[in-house]
Design a protein around this ligand. Sequence first.
Ligand code: ADP
Ligand code: TRP
Length: 330
Amino acid sequence: MNKIALTGIKPTGTPHIGNYFGAIKPAINLSKNPELDCYYFIADYHALNAIKDKEQLKQYTREVACTWLACGLDPKKIVFYKQSQVQEVTELNWLLSNVTSKGLMNRAHAYKAMVEKSLENGDDPDALVNMGLYNYPILMAADILLFNTKFVPVGLDQKQHVEMARDIAKAFNKRYGYTFVVPEELIQEDVATIYGADGRKMSKSYGNTLPLFCSEQELKKWVSAIKTDSSLPAEPKSTDCTVFKIYKLFASNEQADLMAEKYQKGISWADAKAELFNLMNSVLSPMREKYNYYINNYDEVEKILADGSKRAKVIAKETIKRARANMGLD
Ligand code: ADP
Ligand code: TRP
């Protein structure tokens, strides 16, 4: 039987090229492995502790859904769904809460960061913490354990959450007998950190993201704003710079080697940026077209998600039944 790989993306912002190269593209590549059954979803329950505006949540949800499809997710192969349409997740969340110690949640990085921030503001340690944030790792464990997941492809920042899901699965199995597959994180070591035009990690928190499907004009503007050194046009340039790093992401090996040679010989920043823009635009244009199609025909996407949640519910119901029975609820 195939093993299950599962991952989710929170609709907390417009998807950017960091999300694409760091999460979406590797997940889509992974789904080509014939020995895996993949479950990919939009983690809208998880977004609730950050996004409080109803229309904004809907907008980000639409954007994340259309992004997955524009990037090549095949909904016939991958079970693609919206977390909140599989309400079994919330029941499992409750069941798991009862085998999860408060101490485990106290150690979560995201919770600890909020406590730090509250203290820095001179407030009560929990001033910025709602229970959605505090219980976040249990909800994530529910996402994972509900589908007998073996592999969870995530970035390094999510490693602790998957470890917690593993701890929770083990605690449950120990108390109630074998119920859940014990999951493992699949950290893509070779996935590079993507940088913003300012040279810092591209992130919503730094406000330096490049939306994956921005217009051609916006893309041009972004490329021209990338920070460069003050070397003269004809001087050789180091490939250890943001312009080259981004070029490399979009380029084939041959293209990257050719460009590295040009850097060595000396290329003006204006020319290097023009080449970067052309390459990025040629890769992104066909995806942007697909994205715009789905955004403008969102009813098709809704059908895909409804079908995905129907398929997801088949396994979800079996797992809930097993967990309930093992706990003495049936
Ligand atoms: P952000 O940092 O913009 O808030 P998220 O935390 O929502 O992004 O990230 C969603 C996924 O995209 C995660 O798996 C994360 O590892 C990946 N990701 C986000 N930013 C980058 C980046 N700059 N480089 C590589 N991967 C990234
Ligand atoms: N917490 C993840 C993030 O912030 C999103 C997520 C929610 C997730 N549930 C998941 C990832 C289950 C993998 C598996 O990026």
